[in-house]
Ligand binder design. Structure first.
Ligand code: BDR
Ligand code: CA
Length: 312
């Protein structure tokens, strides 16, 4: 049984991930927190509320950061060519009747961790801004989380926004460096483990047949995203965020390595994630005195896809 706060920027692959968590019998969704990324914060929050309402998800939705942890860093451009102008593949998104939780996301996270010490796993599939804000305001929460699963980064490369960097980390590198350096167990599911997980059009259509109205919505909002991926892969779409959720429920499908992780924040390699594997020896370096975290280096892609299909 996993009690989860899902931190997300819906986001096409975020929507599939949310449906996976909602439908998984061992997952209790304790909250949804939103962050800017695939679209501005107004839209990612509205999209989260819309999906929660459509799918009957009762968990509170708390609106999070609309700018980077270091507010001098510009928000950057939104990837409308991947997730559409509205963040959900430009399907019609009805105005949600539900209002967000009155607290900002980082306070919702801290309150929930304090209320349920040792019980909550944070699953973060956007920029890590909310988690970093929560750590800055309430550093003791690191000791209260059961764990943190992050979709972000890349270790063997290449990245997807620059040759060095993946989008969620590149979009707020200072936040990611803080989150990976905090004393809580982090599992990092980067491109090395997500890019192999491709859902073909045929599989997505089959899921829409068997998964009910919610799965049909996922298929419909994924069409532009698939057209983007079809300029890069022969058929289908990479399901980054759902893969990170499967790393929570089915960790045996992933090949991992332990070690301290840092994020380059400036220069040519900004947003690059670099691990010092446990047992390697260097002169004093910026990786010293940081906790060992778990990095996913490989994946059984077919196992992940069938977990998603089975669950949804
Ligand atoms: C990540 O970036 C976002 O666009 C996706 O939703 C995913 O979380 C992939 O790099
Ligand atoms: Ca995302």
């Amino acid at each position: 049984e996993h009690a989860v706060i899902f931190d997300t920027d819906p986001g096409v692959d975020d929507a599939l991930a949310l449906l996976y968590l909602h439908r998984h019998r061992d997952v209790e969704l304790a909250g949804i927190t939103t962050v800017f990324g695939n679209a501005p914060i107004e839209l990612t929050t509205r999209n989260a509320l819309f999906l929660a309402e459509r799918w009957g998800i009762a968990a509170p939705v708390a609106r999070g950061a609309g700018e980077c942890f270091d507010t001098r860093r510009p928000a950057g451009r939104f990837p409308t060519f991947i997730h559409g102008e509205n963040g959900l593949g430009d399907i019609d998104v009805a105005a949600p009747a539900r209002a967000p939780d009155p607290r900002p996301a980082h306070r919702f996270i801290a309150d929930t961790l304090r209320a349920r010490p040792g019980a909550i796993t944070l699953v973060a599939v956007g920029r890590l801004t909310n988690l970093a804000l929560a750590l800055r305001e309430a550093p003791e929460i690191a000791g209260l989380a059961r764990g943190v699963v992050v979709m972000g980064g890349v270790f063997a490369g290449p990245g997807n926004v620059t040759p060095a960097a993946e989008a969620n980390i590149h979009g707020d590198p200072e936040a990611a460096d803080l989150v990976f350096g905090a004393d809580w167990p982090v599992t990092i599911v980067g491109l090395d483990a997500t890019v192999p997980v491709v859902m073909t059009r045929a599989r997505l259509d089959a899921l829409a047949q068997t998964g009910g109205e919610a799965a049909r919505l996922v298929r419909d909002l994924s069409q532009d995203y698939i057209r983007f991926y079809e300029t890069r892969i022969p058929d289908g779409m990479v399901v980054h965020d759902a893969t990170a959720c499967v790393a929570l429920t089915d960790p045996a499908l992933f090949r991992t390595r332990r070690g301290a992780v840092r994020v380059a924040c400036e220069g040519l390699a900004a947003g690059m994630t670099i691990q010092k594997p446990d047992g390697t020896v260097f002169p004093p370096s910026a990786w010293d005195d940081r906790p060992s975290q778990t990095v996913c280096l490989g994946v059984e892609a077919e196992g992940v896809l069938s977990a998603i299909e089975r669950t949804i």
